[in-house]
Design a protein. Sequence first.
Length: 309
Amino acid sequence: MTDHTARALPGSIDETLEMLAAHDYLAGRSLATVLFLALKMQRPLFLEGEAGVGKTEIAKVLSKAFGRPLIRLQCYEGLDVASAVYEWNYPAQMLEIRLSEAAGLTDRDRMEADIFSERYLIRRPVLQALSAVEGRAPVFLIDELDRTDEAFEAFLLEILSDFQVTIPELGTIRAAEPPIVIITTNRTREIHDALKRRCLYHWVDYPQAAQELEIIRRKAPGCNDLLSRQIVAYVQKLRTLDLFKNPGVAETIDWATALTELDRMALDPETISDTLGALLKYQDDIARIQGGEGAKVLAEVKAEMLATG
């Protein structure tokens, strides 16, 4: 059972780093600093970066670390208020109207007040995030905001400015306590400045080799040390090749796990060719690496590891 007993927020940047590390999220001091400030100032945190670098994972870690529910709004093209904020339970409302008419009730004002009450309100992620009781404010993840359109961005301004939403039939609903808001974007398009101004910002980059190696050791503990170091060195080099989609940390972990499941002790050209689907997600990239460039990268990795001992 998940522990949802709310815990205190970190009191310093060092405590923030320790909190993240305790949940196997290895962050640099700059990320820990902006996260600490976002929590302290009760401001949304806007995280930008390539897919697979760990932006979404930050929200998950905060939910676990603070014992707060995680509410996720997965953005997509065409996302509207009914899907993101609220909608009315129209079938139940129609049934109530028919039952009232059958019972001879004709007071339209009373009927309207009844069917547009909380009883028939379906709360979507935004309204759920604003409806928590004080001391139990959730972590609210607005994931991949760049997939939505500018109209939805504009709608978010009221929510991020005042943590409130207006429902015409009910009035304005304000959060008793602001949720911890994490917004992520893969930068497929620019987000409007008006929304960014309401947030603290951080670019989440690919980790350095030493940090990625430690991530593998934590997330794929069955992977032996030699293979782990080869995997990290290989992936780091792949990211310099200008692939259509560079492998993220999530793919590095998947590849390490896959190779461990296959009982591999070290990288070789055949193993790389057979398992690239765990690391790369576009056929053009896979064909390029299988076509000889992958063997060249592996040779460079082994030569560098031999030279450094």
